[in-house]
Design a protein around this ligand. Structure first.
Ligand SMILES: Nc1ncnc2c1ncn2[C@@H]1O[C@H](COP(=O)(O)OP(=O)(O)O)[C@@H](O)[C@H]1O
Ligand SMILES: Nc1ccn([C@@H]2O[C@H](COP(=O)(O)O)[C@@H](O)[C@H]2O)c(=O)n1
Length: 213
């Protein structure tokens, strides 16, 4: 296999990165492309050493909450055709799970997460950097629904965390990182024009790679 094409998708929490990634992956798979999806969230640091009740106090919207060194090693390994032990993360207990998953590279790798475009040391591995740009009030509404339905949170805890860390850290780290994007996708997960355009670009890149050996 040739070196994989790596696409990084970033943007605010609730902007629609995961849904956009899902839709792009489905579209590429319809064209018989093999895609590996990685989530930056799986690289949140383990908090096994912190009491469960205290873990909610961590600032999860700061780059230091992630183990980006491990992510860098994993991207290096995948580009060198080595498998990785992909970590798993639990939002309810705020820590890594014990089990990891052996993962091999595929010709197209999509990685999505809030802090990816703040990590300049990763940029050498990213062939394309995308920022999903959705108004913050829309992101908050989506996050409220998702976090109460899927991540075991109460409305009150979502609102408090949003004011304390999510919103200020968005302005400090995530929004400025938009300047590093090659492409800005408005509206989020269901922007099918952006899905089609990016899908066509990736297919074209793949064909170019194959034809040039
Ligand atoms: N364009 C959209 N229209 C309606 N709902 C959306 C849209 N994009 C995302 N969502 C929903 O909003 C929530 C957050 O989206 P998600 O893709 O998980 O965001 P992110 O990965 O950026 O945090 C999910 O429940 C998702 O289904
Ligand atoms: N234990 C955790 C870990 C992360 N978060 C929040 O998740 C957001 C990032 O994930 P998205 O899928 O929404 O992009 C981030 O804003 C963290 O606040 C959390 O609440 N608890």
């Amino acid at each position: 296999m040739l070196k994989p094409i790596i696409l990084a998708i970033s943007g605010a929490s609730g902007s629609g990165k995961s849904l956009f990634t899902q839709n792009l992956t489905l579209s590429l798979e319809k064209h018989e492309q093999l895609v590996l999806v990685l989530q930056e969230d799986h690289y949140y640091k383990s908090q096994d050493h912190i009491a469960v009740a205290d873990r909610a106090k961590t600032n999860y919207d700061h780059p230091d909450a992630f183990e980006h060194d491990l992510l860098l090693q994993h991207l290096q390994a995948l580009c060198n055709k080595q498998s990785i032990d992909y970590p798993s993360y639990c939002y309810k207990t705020h820590t890594r799970l014990q089990e990891t998953q052996k993962v091999q590279a595929k010709p197209i790798i999509i990685i999505e997460g809030i802090m990816l475009l703040t990590q300049i040391q990763l940029f050498d591995y990213f062939d394309l950097k995308v920022f999903v740009d959705t108004p913050l009030d829309v992101c908050l509404m989506r996050r409220m629904l998702r976090d109460t339905q899927e991540r075991g949170r109460t409305l009150d805890s979502v609102a408090r965390q949003y004011e304390k860390t999510v919103k200020p850290m968005y302005h400090k780290f995530i929004r400025p990182s938009k300047n590093f994007a090659d492409l800005i996708v408005p509206h989020g997960g269901e922007n099918f024009i952006a899905v089609d355009i990016l899908g066509a670009y990736l297919l074209n890149q793949q064909h170019g790679k194959k034809n040039n050996g």
